[in-house]
Design a protein around this ligand. Structure first.
Ligand code: BGC
Length: 364
């Protein structure tokens, strides 16, 4: 289990001031964990290496990094790696060659970028993890994400809430799905969800009919919706031919819709299914009363936080104070953690009040 340390931004900042006043300590030692650097050119190239564009959040990130980096005066160099680790390694190496001063990375596999990022560090390039942790390297200046354990807790709680709301009294028959095992978020989402669900499995309120409760059994290779649908088809055929399924834990929206499709073709009533990303198709499904919920992590805010940190690096300022740190196997990485939000049919209009594209899906 990963260890997280929560820091108090205000107290850390006060300590930094005190140390600076006493002429002791390195600048930034207790802030974002970063030394204030010498800064770089205001129009510098900034690399953004995304893992793939297979879910809506990454496609949004691609568009929003372009828009927000340009608005901040930088020259964006944005690439996506189609879920292939060697391709991502090469893209990062090319960004260094092309003179990027900072590189933002959403890793395909959190553990496989060591040498590419070491090369970045040697070249004096700042490295920020985006949405996913970067593991087993000291060549990372921070990670900007929505709390991944928190996301899983919200998913687990929403599944419980939906069961109580839509499926009468328990016990409830459920199945569990996880995301792609190489993605450091996936085990964290699962762990967060299980912290809520396990006590209810233990007291008999929830019954995992297949008995599959380990992350490895429940994971979905490469976050592939087709693989999730095939697993759901098999689970239903093997365990639910004469039993209803009431709920399914889903790590994201694409997998949630695959699960619902599978249940419909097996002739089941639609189970309570949570999700992640507030994707267009899932918002429509929630509004139509099918998918129960999603967890919204507004990409715009995550990109804005990332660009804010890059701007501090550019000016040679100390990075803003991080919210917590996480042991990545080599160092305590400063984590900038934003708060994810659960969305159901009930609160969707309120949550998307300032998001015209999503709000427009809630008509009719
Ligand atoms: C992201 C999710 C996304 C998934 C698959 C995760 O790391 O946090 O938003 O659905 O990757 O792309």
């Amino acid at each position: 289990m990963k260890r997280r340390t929560f820091t108090l931004g205000g107290a850390a900042a006060a300590t930094a001031l005190l140390l600076a006043a006493c002429g002791e300590g390195r600048t930034g030692e207790t802030g974002g964990g970063e030394d204030a650097g010498t800064g770089f050119d205001a129009g510098a190239t900034i690399g953004v290496s995304l893992p793939w564009l297979g879910t809506q959040n990454w496609a949004e990130a691609q568009a929003m990094f372009k828009e927000q980096l340009e608005a901040a005066g930088f020259t964006p160099l944005i690439q996506a790696a189609d879920n292939k680790v060697p391709q991502q390694q090469q893209q990062i190496e090319a960004m260094i060659q092309q003179g990027a001063k900072a590189i933002v990375v959403g890793p395909i596999d959190g553990t496989q970028l060591g040498s590419a990022l070491a090369a970045a560090k040697d070249a004096g390039v700042r490295v920020l993890g985006y949405d996913r942790l970067i593991e087993n390297t000291d060549a990372v200046d921070g990670v900007v994400q929505f709390g991944s354990i928190r996301t899983g807790e919200l998913q687990g709680q929403s599944l419980l809430d939906g069961l109580a709301e839509r499926k009468g009294d328990g016990p409830y028959n459920i199945e569990l799905f996880g995301g792609g095992p190489a993605d450091p978020n996936a085990p964290n989402f699962f762990e967060g969800a299980m912290s809520v669900l396990q006590p209810k499995i233990d007291d008999g309120t929830l019954v995992v009919v297949s008995g599959q409760t380990d992350f490895q059994q429940c994971a979905t290779q490469d976050w592939d919706n087709g693989k999730a649908q095939a697993r759901m088809d098999s689970l239903l055929a093997a365990n639910y031919s004469d039993t209803p399924i009431h709920g399914v834990l889903s790590p994201n929206d694409g997998i949630a819709r695959a699960i619902i499709t599978s249940c419909k073709s097996a002739g089941q009533d639609i189970p309570v299914v949570d999700g992640l990303d507030a994707e267009t198709e899932s918002i429509k499904s929630i509004w139509a009363g099918e998918q129960y919920s999603t967890v919204h992590k507004p990409t715009k805010d995550l990109v804005a936080k990332t660009v804010e940190i890059i701007s501090a690096f550019q000016k040679g300022e100390e990075a803003p104070a991080a919210d917590e740190t996480e042991d990545n196997g080599v160092i305590e990485v400063p984590i900038y953690a934003l708060d994810p939000i659960v969305v159901t049919k009930e609160n969707a209009q309120e949550v998307f009040a300032d998001d015209p594209d999503r709000l427009a899906l809630l008509e009719g």
